[in-house]
Structure formats: C-alpha cells, structure tokens
Ligand binder design. Structure first.
Ligand SMILES: Cc1cc2nc3c(=O)[nH]c(=O)nc-3n(C[C@H](O)[C@H](O)[C@H](O)COP(=O)(O)O)c2cc1C
Length: 335
C-alpha cells in the first residue's frame, strides 16, 4: 500500500469519530422556518425534484465527496454509487488523485451508469499536474461536473500538506476555460467567503460548494495524524477556524444573485436541507453521515438517504410548500 492509500484509510477511521466533528451547537438549530398550520397540500403530492446542471435529480441533495483510491474507499464508493443510481441523486466522489496516480480503475459508472457524478481533485494538485490531469480525472469516471477542493487549513496541519498556494487561481481559470463540463469550487469545512467567491467568479467559476464550519472538522482530523508537537501547539487556536455554513450561505446569496450555491458542512438531516434552500442555496451536500452506512451496504445508505428525503418532504408540508421553488420563499426566523 502506498502512503497516500494509508492516508485515505486514516481519514475514513478518523472521520467516523464524533470527536472530529465541529464542537458546539449547530448553526442550523438557531433557524426556524415559518410554520404553516394550513398547508393546503397533500404530503404525497409534494415535488422535491430539482434541476442540477441540466439534469433532473429527485431532491436537492448531493452525496458529498469522501473517498476513493484505497480498497476500503472503493467499497464505500461502490455502495454510495448504487444508492445514487437507485434514488437518482448526485454523487460526488472523493479526490481522484490517488486512483489516477496509481492507475487504479474507478468503477463508479459500473454501479451508477445514469447518476449525476461529480469528479474531485485538490486545487494544489490541479496547479501542479495541470489541465490534462483534470481532464483525465473527468474522463475516467465520465463526470458530469468537476469539483476542485480548496483546503488551505487542512494542508497547513496535514503532515504531507502543501503550504504553497501561489498560482492557483490562474490554473483554475484555465480549467474553467478549457473543460467541457462545469467546475464547482468547494471548501472542506471552513466555508467560502464573499471575498473568495469574487476571486473564484473572476476565474469563471459560477458553482460553489460552501463546505462550511459546523460538520466534519479537517483541522481535528489532521491534528490526530500529525505527531509534530510544534504544529499541534500552533494549530490549536485554529481548530474552529472558518465560516459556518449558515453565515456563508446567507452572505453569498445576499451578494451574488446568479451564483449557484451548494450548502454543505454540518447539514445533518432533511430539515437542515430545507433551511439551506430557504437561505438561498440551490442544492445541498451531506458527507460524513453517509460514511458509516456506506461501509456496510447500499441498503444502509439508501435507508439513511430516504430518511433525509422524508424529513425534507415534512419540512415542505409544514411550511405549506408544494415544491422546492416554494421553499426558496419561506421566511426564516432566528431563535
Ligand atoms: C472520510 C471523508 C473524506 C473526505 N474526502 C474529501 C475529498 O477527497 N475531497 C473533498 O473535496 N472533500 C472531502 N471530504 C469533505 C466532505 O466532502 C465535506 O465537504 C465535509 O466533510 C463537510 O461535510 P459534512 O459535515 O457533511 O461531513 C471528505 C469527508 C469525509 C468525511
């Protein structure tokens, strides 16, 4: 096993530990959607279908990017892919770097021939390996969109992390100019500010996945892997660094009418999904909660996803909404 495969397996183990979730209350819990005691609709008539880059998916929920490139990672992706295909939900794969570097076949399309699939590479790898490498990643899974993840805090704490982030925006622009599928810029747990979004928009990126603070903490996960005491002491004040998903979504929508926003980072149930949509997100993504089910079977993943979808349907019913467009107009109150 190469060290990158070991790292992938470490990440899976550490992500399962509740101590590596963001501490404190969820920012979603402070939001209240306006209740409608006269819904005037039937639960079963509620339509959750959503348009996602010219595809109709069954709900505004993406199975978030997690893994690949190791034996355990491939099994997890297989179970996620079967669930995505069964429920017609988009699936984002984790970083494809390890698989591409080692020539490992990514069998996603075998299990999800029709699902909307998002590829994934890190921003510094995109800079170091260039547009050709990105194209190879897209083609290897016949991706419908490509995600580039921006994770500067994780890289600072990760023992093998890349501390040089110069020249990134130029290469992202080159990708946006030359790829035939859309690029989505995503964080991994520290959120995306208006300032960063402006830079990304200037590079031709109009899809953003927030991956804000509030869920899986990559600072905590990497700190568990880094034995360097100096780094441990330095990193300590940054464990809860970043913008929470709720603030990020609100500010991005307030500032950019036409930006496409995926709300993620600490989205934990269908009610959180509803709150993201009411805040102005186009879709949402959930990652860590599907990890334990995906280690077991596709049925476990389908069961977990179905609960989220039913909760979202209940949220629409209780706010008097018939579809996702109605949900975008629901009033939000703060506790
Ligand atoms: C085990 C695991 C591996 C992950 N690997 C990746 C990755 O390779 N690429 C990426 O963009 N995000 C990766 N993420 C980050 C998630 O996509 C997501 O942005 C983050 O975990 C916050 O969402 P959550 O709170 O729902 O987990 C990973 C998350 C987990 C739990």
């Amino acid at each position: 096993m190469t060290s990158i495969e070991d790292r992938k397996d470490d990440h899976i183990q550490l992500a399962l530990d509740d101590n590596n979730q963001t501490s404190g209350a969820s920012a979603f819990d402070a939001l209240i959607l306006e209740h409608d005691c006269v819904p005037e609709t039937s639960l079963e008539d509620i339509d959750l279908k959503t348009n996602f880059i010219n595809h109709t998916v069954s709900a505004p929920l993406i199975i978030g990017a997690m893994t690949g490139g190791s034996n355990e990672g491939d099994l997890i992706n297989k179970n996620l892919a079967i669930a995505a295909q069964t429920l017609n939900l988009p699936l984002a794969v984790g970083s494809q770097r390890a698989a591409i570097e080692s020539g490992r076949t990514q069998k996603i399309r075998e299990y999800a021939p029709d699902a909307f699939i998002l590829g994934n590479l890190g921003a510094t790898q995109v800079r170091d390996y260039g547009v050709k490498f990105v194209r190879k990643a897209c083609e290897s899974i016949n991706a419908d969109a490509m995600v580039i993840h921006f994770n500067p805090l994780q890289e600072l704490i990760q023992p093998e992390g890349d501390k040089n982030w110069s020249g990134i925006l130029d290469v992202v622009k080159k990708c946006a100019d030359s790829l035939s599928i859309p690029i989505i810029a995503k964080e991994v747990g520290s959120g995306i500010s208006v300032f960063s979004a402006k830079k990304l928009l200037s590079a031709g990126i109009d899809w953003i996945e927030i991956a804000g603070k509030g869920g899986t903490s990559w600072a905590r996960i990497e700190l568990n892997r880094n034995p360097d005491e100096q780094i441990m002491k330095t990193a300590y004040p940054f464990l809860d660094w970043g913008m929470n998903t709720v603030s990020s979504a609100r500010l991005l929508r307030r500032n950019f009418n036409h930006l496409n926003i995926i709300g993620s980072g600490g989205v934990r149930n269908g009610l959180d999904i509803a709150k993201c949509i009411a805040l102005g997100c186009n879709l949402t993504a959930i990652a860590q909660p599907f990890l334990a089910p995906a280690r077991k079977s596709p049925e476990e993943v389908i069961s977990k996803l179905s609960i989220c979808i039913d909760q979202l349907r209940w949220a629409l019913f209780l706010t008097g909404c018939k579809n996702i467009e109605d949900l975008k107009k629901v009033k939000i109150y703060e506790e």
